[in-house]
Write a protein that binds this ligand. Structure first.
Ligand code: GCW
Length: 682
């Protein structure tokens, strides 16, 4: 077996005897309150985890024989008075999915209670409790109260019905449509366990470039089978819908959202879905973007389209996640400005169950992008975050890049929309504008590869996305720490250096691919490897030269008032920071400015020299990641060690490829020689 399959739920035997016996003495019995499917999976998980970590079978008990030192778990309604009385006001501090883990006293003995308003909260509490043991923390005198800050926490699978995955680099789709609904792959349960362990509560099963067939009865029964597997884990199923489905599978002539037959068709379709899946989550829609059909095909707008679907879902409590990733071939001055101009004027017109799903940046999932200017700009409309976990533009599943660092940077960005401190996190969790409907989506990096993500290190990105979806204020450092301990080892000699390696990996990829604000210079189409040169793609904004605009004078995209003026979409404080060469962060320099090759950087170097040295720095950073990993060998099983080792070596080779290709290309414009310190290509 490959340990990579078990993700961060390794439940390794705890070697340290002192720690192990302290846990054993606190958990002599496990006692479930209630017997719902959710409580049953929580019990199973506890048994698996505790037996694995403690090495001895923990006895189970019943409510009526609470003896010494038990671990009890059940929802609020299952608790007796003795327990309730010791919980104080804890239930007032959590929402429907939150949990409480507390050490209380019964018959003069310490007992641990894990509870929540609902069973799913209990399950989240159980996973949190197991994580305490996985990370070797004390379980004496527990008093943990926690609840998710964001409501809809979903993975977006760009999975096609033929099992190919758009931008998927970890094998084929894990959904075996051919053998569903009768064959339930055990991987579905492990997928649900993994997601529940980090608080993900929804999954959109199919690609946003959607196939209408998913809405036919033949597929809906397969979707239903998956929903049945996921339900005990608190995971709802959502589907992407093709806007033209009424034509393709409904036999109608049009998909015009104003057409009575179209409206009726969607209402019936939604009713049919809910008759099979009563807790169905709703729809995700990519409309009028990159050739997908949408309301604009009929002279309508995004509001018309989204609201029609929202109306159909309202009676059942479903939501519409309508994507803002749109850019048209007609206005090509600056693609970065288009989503804002298509959506912001409609603030306040969307129905309550519509949430606009916005990518973290205005272009497309680059190694670094300034935050999307739409955040904070639609105070009357719920906006959800779309992060990409799969690494379309970041070396795909070959390069080790720890993405929580990127997510954290975006979430902590200050939009200034309501003055200082208006961070993106506060918009996403609804606190800035008192939003009820809140959400966050991560484009999944999961496939049927034995280790799920094609590279064991990239499991951390799935994990980290889930943790930030639960609490967008967590630090990437905490996440790296937890993940490493649960996935590999608690030994400080392992955790410390490998954590440093993860935390620096994101800056490394920026340095060797797109330093100083460069962007979208990956080779066209597949987006793997460098390709800053002219491509023959039909649309100008698919051509890398559109983004870097290198010429003999300099390089960079002028988005200030002298150029596209995209900065005007930000709050004035932010716009002036970006507009001004003195205050524009150097890491975003070429995103916002076209500057000369001789422009002086803060370190006194010219732009050309500084850029070349950044490329070199990226290469050097990957080299040191390799040395760190070599030292980690004693703490990692052979398979995962060598998988990561081989991949890091490819990454090193490719970092040099990036450096050499980009510098050689840009040198044609700068006509300058490479500074000392930059290695010559071989
Ligand atoms: O990042 C781009 C990808 C497309 C993707 C699109 C989108 C699903 O290159 O493959 O399509 O974004 O997000 O809709």
């Amino acid at each position: 077996a490959n340990d990579g399959y078990k993700l961060w739920l390794q439940y390794n035997h705890i070697q340290d005897k002192q720690i192990r016996t302290s846990y054993q003495s606190n958990i002599k019995r496990i006692i479930p309150f209630g017997n719902s499917e959710t409580i049953k999976v929580a019990l199973k998980e506890l048994e698996l985890g505790l037996n694995g970590m403690l090495g001895s079978k923990v006895l189970s008990g019943t409510k009526n024989n609470i003896e010494s030192n038990s671990l009890m778990f059940g929802s609020e309604s299952s608790l007796n008075e003795i327990v309730k009385n010791q919980l104080g006001n804890a239930f007032n501090e959590i929402n429907d999915e939150g949990f409480v883990i507390k050490t209380i006293s019964i018959k003069g003995k310490n007992q641990i209670i894990i509870t929540g308003k609902n069973d799913v909260g209990v399950l989240y509490g159980v996973f949190k409790f197991l994580r305490l043991l996985q990370t070797h923390q004390s379980i004496e005198n527990l008093n943990i109260i926690d609840a998710p800050k964001i409501k809809v926490r979903v993975l977006n699978h760009w999975d096609n019905l033929d099992r190919t995955v758009e931008r998927g680099y970890a094998g084929f789709s894990i959904w075996d449509w051919h053998r569903l609904p009768d064959y339930i792959d055990s991987r579905y349960r492990d997928y649900a366990r993994a997601n529940a362990s980090i608080g993900i509560n929804g999954t959109v099963l199919n690609n946003v470039n959607a196939n209408a067939l998913i809405l036919t009865p033949q597929y809906l029964e397969k979707v239903e089978a998956l929903a049945n597997v996921f339900r005990p884990y608190g995971i709802k199923v959502y589907l992407t819908t093709r806007f033209s489905a009424p034509i393709e599978i409904g036999g109608l002539e049009t998909a015009d959202p104003y057409d009575a037959e179209v409206i009726a068709w969607w209402k019936n379709k939604v009713k049919e879905i809910y008759s099979k899946i009563p807790d169905f989550g709703g729809f995700l829609v990519k409309a009028n973007s990159e050739g997908q059909p949408g309301p604009q095909n009929y002279g309508r707008n995004h509001v018309d389209g989204a609201n029609m679907l929202a109306d159909a879902l309202t009676p059942f409590g479903g939501v519409v996640m309508w994507r803002a990733f749109v850019y048209s071939e007609h206005d090509i001055t600056d693609r970065a400005k288009q989503a804002y101009s298509e959506f912001v004027p409609y603030d306040g017109q969307f129905k309550d169950n519509v949430i606009i799903q916005v990518k973290n940046g205005a272009i497309d999932f680059q190694p670094r992008e300034p935050f999307h200017p739409m955040f904070g700009t639609m105070p009357k409309t719920p906006l959800m975050m779309e992060f990409q976990i799969t690494q379309e533009y970041l070396g795909q599943s070959t390069h080790t890049v720890f993405l929580p660092k990127l997510y954290e940077e975006v979430l902590q960005s200050d939009t200034y929309k309501k003055g200082k401190g208006s961070t993106v996190a506060k918009i996403i969790d609804g606190s800035l504008d008192n939003k009820v409907l809140t959400g966050i989506a991560g484009v999944s990096n999961i496939g049927n590869d034995i280790n799920w993500t094609g590279n064991p290190m990239l499991q951390a990105n799935w994990y980290g996305f889930g943790r930030l979806a639960w609490n967008p204020y967590l630090s990437s450092e905490e996440i790296a720490d937890e993940w490493l301990r649960s996935t590999f080892s608690n030994d400080e000699k392992f955790v410390k250096p490998v954590k440093d390696m993860l935390l620096s990996s994101r800056e490394a990829v920026v340095n060797y691919m797109t330093p100083l604000g460069l962007h979208h210079i990956m080779d066209t189409g597949h987006h793997y490897g460098p390709g800053p040169w002219v491509s023959d793609l039909s649309r100008p904004e698919w051509n890398p030269v559109y983004y870097h605009k290198a010429d003999s004078l300099g390089v960079g995209f002028d988005r200030t008032p002298s150029g596209s003026n995209a900065t005007a979409q930000y709050a004035p404080q932010v716009a002036s920071k970006f507009n001004n060469l003195e205050t524009c962060p150097e890491e975003d320099l070429l995103w916002f400015h076209h500057v000369s090759w001789d422009f002086k950087l803060k370190n006194g170097k010219t732009l050309w020299d500084g850029m070349a040295l950044k490329y070199q720095e990226g290469v050097d950073q990957v080299a040191s990641m390799i040395s760190i990993w070599e030292e980690a060998k004693p703490y990692v099983d052979e398979e995962r060690f060598s998988d990561v080792y081989m991949l890091l070596n490819i990454q090193h080779k490719e970092a040099k490829w990036w450096r050499d290709a980009c510098l050689l290309y840009f040198q044609e414009f700068s006509q300058k020689s490479l500074p000392v310190g930059v290695e010559k290509s071989t």
